[in-house]
Design a protein around this ligand. Structure first.
Ligand code: URA
Length: 231
């Protein structure tokens, strides 16, 4: 067996182990159905979920799986309400996020906060994460192997939050979650599915800052999300 294949298998086993630990914390003893639970969690299940998220965060904060760990200032794990019904997923940390270790805290983040408030939610009520947890140098696009190393962390975050709806911000997040090369302009405006959870792709707030004429389309997407949350 080649060293590369062995390394990939080793990584797979580590990821699977992490995923199974998360499932165990959730009280799952067999492979779960993809639909999220309808009933509220008991306090102990919620405590277990918080603990699993804290342990996942500890692992991610010391991650050295890809080259991005060499240039990062801080890992940006993600933040928010672990019981959130709505989760936003962006691309990767930028300059401000890398400095502060928090997602969406720069100009695009301020716009995201306004988008959240436009649908009558507070930023603290949702959960915000990125596909990639470390800033790519000079904000270049993340590379394939970087995504492959980082995406299992996101998958576990989604499994722990179990939101009703995910809003994928921009081409990169939408294409990664939905495993497609389709353009964001064709993906947005309708729900898709990721791990059995409804996903609404929409334009990235950084793109909106440069192209405010797309705000109307984003508003439509946000209204669809709001309607889905109220159903
Ligand atoms: N853009 C992203 O995609 N994520 C952030 O956290 C900040 C900017």
């Amino acid at each position: 067996m080649s060293p590369d294949l062995l390394k990939a298998l080793h990584q797979l086993v580590i990821d699977l182990k992490g995923y199974l630990i998360c499932q165990q914390y959730l009280g799952i003893r067999e492979i779960p159905s993809p639909s999220p639970p309808a009933s509220p969690l008991s306090p102990s299940a919620l405590g277990d979920r918080r603990q699993a998220m804290a342990e996942l965060k500890t692992r991610v904060l010391s991650c050295t799986r890809c080259r991005l760990h060499q240039s990062r200032t801080r890992v940006v794990f993600g933040e928010g309400n672990i019981e959130a019904e709505l989760m936003f997923i962006g691309e990767a940390p930028g300059y401000d996020e890398d400095r502060q270790g928090r997602p969406f805290v720069g100009k695009a983040g301020q716009l995201l906060t306004r988008m959240i408030e436009a649908i009558k939610l507070k930023r603290e009520e949702v959960y915000i994460a990125n596909v990639i947890k470390c800033r790519p140098p000079a904000n270049r696009n993340p590379e394939e192997d970087e995504i492959a190393h980082c995406e299992p962390y996101l998958r576990q975050q989604v499994a722990l939050v179990q939101p009703k709806v995910i809003c994928a911000l921009g081409t990169f997040a939408a294409q990664t979650l939905l495993q497609t090369g389709e353009k964001i302009s064709r993906l947005r405006g309708r729900f898709h599915s990721y791990q059995g959870i409804k996903v609404m792709p929409t334009y990235h707030p950084a793109f909106l800052l440069r192209n405010p004429e797309y705000k109307r389309a984003v508003w439509k997407d946000l209204q669809m999300i709001q309607r889905e949350l109220r159903r």
